[in-house]
Design a protein around this ligand. Structure first.
Ligand code: CU
Length: 440
């Protein structure tokens, strides 16, 4: 896996070297990079690391749930849980499983925990026995056989434990991984946009967690939290706290999974030094590619949901920085029911987002931000701030540094997927009233 990462880095540096008339070669290599103090940790990239290393499923395999140690805070070893698959002599933890539509999965779960567990394949259309219902959970030390065909269209799915009353703890402590299904449409898009998993197609798994001074995960919900939600104090991206990602002047795909127990995000990208959101393109959701790209500037992501987005950095300059953020929102909007007359709620008018990486936009963003600084309404102005951000409080997730010039001329296809319309005419309208009750 290390050699693969080196190959990716070397390839990218080589392209940049050509584009800049070999400036780096004369200096004897790429200039040293010092990340800024607010995002000091290099992002773990799924697909190239032991954690989330790629498992291209071909043939039977054993997947063991067990205790492992991994660094979450740099230099501190944390006790975690993970799924381990030994594959071609390598130990993969929470492997990123990948296969084609119609392929078979023949997996044996070896439950190495000291309690019940079972794997649920989130989003896959499989029969009850293979779906990981809590009813089929097995005791610590026991095995469970999975044997199914994946009929799903291409999308980013995921797998996680699903034992009754233990799911939140086991997920929180580390169990869970990505499951990517590919089909003809997906492969065509990857080719059209020159995307490669781990280099320019980057899965981002969001976990909010509490971590003590020793770097250990803390999961001690109070009775109130058990009845409501258990939130983390910081958001990890691919188990990396305050991560940075080095990018080139081209297009990137981010497949974002919210693997947090309860936190909801409103994802956006913001220019650094300005306060303006950037446009990006939504190309897929939980069910896979949508019919055509949609230009958006923010998107909600609830626990277990996925979004597939494209961020276009072709017009960015080397040295630019962009922050991936969760913008502030009112989690209790419409608490007392829908607004009268179904009118849009009285929310502050959204700022007009900027085109990605445009320099005029950067300048405009900066002056715009100044002008709007006074009437901006942060989520927690008056309240005393706890070290656990509320759901809806603004948070910075990751910094993207544009580090290399790269020639890139591909354009996003106008059609991504042919989706058959649903025949809704034969349906019966039903009113479903949702309410909140305490989960005791
Ligand atoms: Cu699930």
């Amino acid at each position: 896996m290390t050699s693969q990462r080196n190959a990716i880095t070397a390839g990218a540096a080589g392209a940049a070297g050509l584009a800049t008339a070999g400036a780096w070669w004369f200096r004897g290599g790429a200039p040293e990079f010092t990340p800024d103090a607010s995002f000091p940790n290099r992002l773990r990239v799924p697909g190239t690391d032991a954690l989330y290393g790629v498992l291209d499923i071909a043939g039977a395999f054993t997947i063991s749930s067990k205790g492992v140690t991994q660094e979450i805070l740099p230099g501190k070893s944390a006790a975690m849980l993970a799924y381990e698959v030994v594959y071609q002599g390598k130990k993969l933890l929470n492997p990123l499983m990948r296969l084609r539509t119609g392929a078979k999965v023949n997996a044996t779960l070896q439950n190495g925990l000291e309690e019940m567990s079972i794997i649920h394949w989130h989003g896959l259309k499989v029969d009850g026995k293979n779906d990981g219902h809590p009813h089929f959970a097995v005791a610590g030390g026991a095995k469970y056989e999975y044997n199914f065909t994946v009929p799903n269209r291409a999308a980013t799915y995921w797998y996680h434990p699903h034992p009754h009353h233990l799911t939140s703890k086991q997920v929180y402590l580390g169990l869970g991984g990505l499951f990517i299904v590919e089909d003809e449409e997906e492969l065509a898009m990857q080719k059209a946009l020159d995307l490669a998993l781990g280099a320019t197609d980057i899965p981002l798994v969001l976990h909010d967690r509490r971590i003590d001074d020793q770097g250990q995960l803390v999961f001690k919900p109070t009775d109130d939290e058990k009845a409501d939600v258990f939130l983390g104090s910081q958001v990890l991206v691919n188990w990396t706290p305050k991560p940075y990602f080095e990018a080139a002047t081209r297009l990137y795909r981010f497949r974002v999974l919210n693997a947090s127990n309860a936190r909801v995000y409103k994802l956006a990208f913001r220019t650094e030094g300005g306060d303006q959101l950037l446009y990006f393109q939504l190309i897929g959701t939980d069910g896979g590619l949508i019919d055509r790209p949609r230009k958006i500037s923010e998107v909600f992501l609830s626990p277990s949901e996925r979004v597939d987005v494209l961020l276009y950095l072709r017009n960015a300059k080397v040295g630019d920085a962009i922050t991936s953020v969760s913008v502030a929102f009112d989690a209790m909007e419409h608490e007392d029911g829908p607004p009268a007359g179904n009118k849009p709620a009285d929310t502050p008018k959204a700022e007009k987002p900027a085109e990605q990486g445009g320099h005029a936009a950067h300048a405009a963003a900066a002056s715009d931000a100044k002008a709007k600084a006074d009437d901006k309404q942060p989520a927690t102005t008056a309240e005393a701030k706890s070290d656990i951000p509320e759901i809806g409080e603004a948070q910075d997730l990751m910094r993207i540094h544009v580090r290399r010039k790269e020639p890139y001329t591909r354009t996003v296809p106008e059609t991504l997927s042919r989706i058959m319309p649903i025949n809704a005419l034969c349906g019966t309208a039903r009113v479903i009233k949702l309410d909140h009750v305490k989960m005791v």
